[in-house]
Design a protein around this ligand. Structure first.
Ligand code: 5GP
Ligand code: MN
Length: 346
């Protein structure tokens, strides 16, 4: 039996903030993934169902394989429409943050949101949430923000009121943040939640195909190229590294967001505990870093110490301002420093 996620008083406060708001802006983190966009859209549908005026705004473009999500065509993209969206944001009287824990994760959207006096509500599962929100629903043990939101909607409204669209968005975020329920997904509540979501008429097999079988030929070839040509395995450290330059991305018509999931691939090699993926950003001078691990290897510690970033134990990211060669050297240094933890267990 799923227990209520919010205390009675937090539920009342949530209901009163949403009840009093006339125009709510829902937003998520930069480079939205399935959980960010799924939770943003689920909340948007929910608020519309409650008769609210809602504007969903993402900081920048989301990947094509999320375009099928119900409501995705109504999402506004901030960095493409700043002049038009600034007045809209200025007219909001409540902000809802989904799937991020600190304002800088909104990238350019941070400025108009944080300079606005309206209250902010946070729904998130990342470590170390900031203290800027009037209500922070942060549950780090949960697999995804979508799981948190599902539990909130369930508690508020009961399963029979959750729409198929809401359920599809919520399921998507739970599925993508756990790699199709292959990591960070052993709590039995997750499967109880899935059972309930299925009762709302979603087709989970189709959702899986929409997300994971959505390669373009170019993206599929790039994956092969990365694994065959670019992957370096450090067997003595149970670690692997892949790199991707801007020139290579161009060759495979690859943009920011189109590399989602590639970092997980080397973990399919037996005994691998850490995978690092470096890629030159297609929109600014920077190298994006993604880290994935299995078991208890702390990617987030490595990301904070070496890559100006952070994240979860098994999935973290960061950014470097240097050449690719220097970034590779930094990775090698990090792997050496963490050798005792990497060699730990098979
Ligand atoms: P990804 O590899 O998919 O870009 O990021 C994986 C996870 O790492 C994200 O869900 C987020 O928790 C965290 N993350 C990614 N980039 C950053 C960053 O620049 N700073 C921090 N603090 N966390 C990040
Ligand atoms: Mn998430």
């Amino acid at each position: 039996m799923l227990q209520p996620i919010l205390s009675e008083s937090d539920l009342k406060r949530l209901q009163s903030y949403l009840g009093n708001a006339q125009h709510i802006v829902v937003t998520c983190h930069v480079s939205p993934d399935g959980d960010a966009l799924g939770s943003l859209l689920a909340f948007t549908h929910f608020l519309k169902r409650k008769g609210k005026k809602v504007t969903p705004i993402v900081p920048n473009l989301f990947p094509d394989f999320l375009k099928w999500l119900p409501g995705a065509d109504e999402v506004r993209i901030y960095d493409r429409n700043e002049a038009e969206l600034d007045p809209l944001i200025a007219g909001a009287d409540l902000f809802v943050w989904t799937d991020f824990n600190e304002p800088s994760r909104m990238d350019k959207l941070e400025r108009p949101v944080m300079s606005h006096p309206a209250p902010k509500l946070m729904f998130d599962h990342h470590l170390h949430p900031v203290d800027d929100c009037v209500l922070t629903v942060s549950r780090q043990e949960m697999c995804s923000t979508c799981e948190i939101l599902f539990r909130v909607l369930l508690q508020w409204d009961g399963i029979e009121n959750i729409s198929t669209e809401e359920a599809a968005c919520l399921y998507t975020g739970m599925m993508t943040d756990t790699g199709g329920f292959t990591y960070n997904s052993t709590r039995s509540e997750i499967y109880e939640s899935i059972g309930l979501l299925l009762s709302r008429g979603i087709d989970k097999d189709r959702i899986y195909r929409n997300i994971f079988y959505a390669y373009s030929a170019d993206r599929f070839r790039l994956m092969g190229y990365l694994l065959y040509v670019k992957m370096k395995v450090f067997p003595q450290y149970n670690a692997a590294l892949m790199t991707l330059t801007r020139e290579e991305r161009k060759r495979f018509s690859n943009k920011n967001g189109d590399t989602e999931g590639f970092v997980n691939l080397p973990l399919q090699i037996s005994g691998m505990r850490l995978s690092v993926f470096l890629r030159e950003d297609t929109e600014k001078e920077a190298i994006r870093v993604s880290l994935r691990s299995v078991d208890d290897f702390p990617c987030n510690r490595m990301a904070a110490e070496f890559f100006n970033g952070g994240g979860h134990l098994n999935a973290s990211g960061g950014e470097l301002q240097c050449s690719m060669d220097e970034a590779v050297a930094t990775v090698q240094e990090a792997i050496k420093k963490y050798a005792p933890l990497l060699k730990g267990k098979k």
